[in-house]
Design a protein around this ligand. Structure first.
Ligand code: FE
Length: 196
């Protein structure tokens, strides 16, 4: 009787593991949008483990002094000090050419012209990131507002904020500072450090 009970227990444990695997895989590759921090992916599948370990290997960490040397004053103020550029003042709010928007700090691809739309705000706006796991989000309660901050998942640079008033198909509006981005026209070399 006791052996039967142990066998049943082991069986239910296997089912539980299988269920977790089946829900982890799609969750890690799609559907991670606003609100999902994605900072701690602890999936059990090989696919997820590879993904998170690669993300860790690719992390870009620099000292404050190093960032000051490698970034312009405006890039440093926005990416590292969570600043905001003036509306209609940046390089990309009205850019309509096809291409990729990579992180000005580390080169990771963040947004695509395919998802860019004219929000009328004076900041480059996208309804989704190029890859769900290339950005992370954090709650931001500065300036008496409740907003969701958007950061580069590789270097932790501040990019802007995401709001739930965007167009279809996501209904989200990623409001991003031009100075946090570097535009690479379609077909052009993205430069070092821009592998996906
Ligand atoms: Fe970055």
């Amino acid at each position: 009787m006791r052996i039967l009970f142990i066998l049943m227990l082991a069986g239910s444990a296997l089912v539980a593991v299988a269920c977790r695997q089946s829900t982890t895989v799609p969750g890690s590759s799609a559907g991670m949008t606003e609100g999902s921090t994605g900072a701690t992916q602890t999936g059990n599948t090989t696919q997820t483990e590879e993904g998170s370990s690669m993300a860790t290997e690719n992390k870009v960490t620099k000292t404050d002094e190093e960032w000051r040397k490698t970034l312009t004053d405006e890039q440093y103020r926005i990416l590292r000090k969570k600043g905001t550029e003036r509306a209609f003042s940046g390089d990309y709010w009205n850019t309509k050419m096809p291409g990729a928007y990579v992180c000005a700090g580390c080169g990771q691809e963040l947004f695509s012209s395919e998802h860019k739309f004219d929000s009328g705000t004076g900041w480059p706006s996208y309804y989704q990131p190029a890859m769900p796991d290339h950005v992370t989000t954090e709650s931001d309660r500065t300036f008496g507002m409740k907003r969701t901050e958007v950061l580069c998942s590789r270097c932790g640079g501040h990019l802007g904020h995401v709001f739930p008033d965007g167009p279809e198909p996501t209904g989200e509006r990623y409001c991003i500072n031009s100075a946090a981005l570097r535009f690479v026209e379609q077909g052009k070399d993205r430069g070092p450090g821009t592998e996906q």
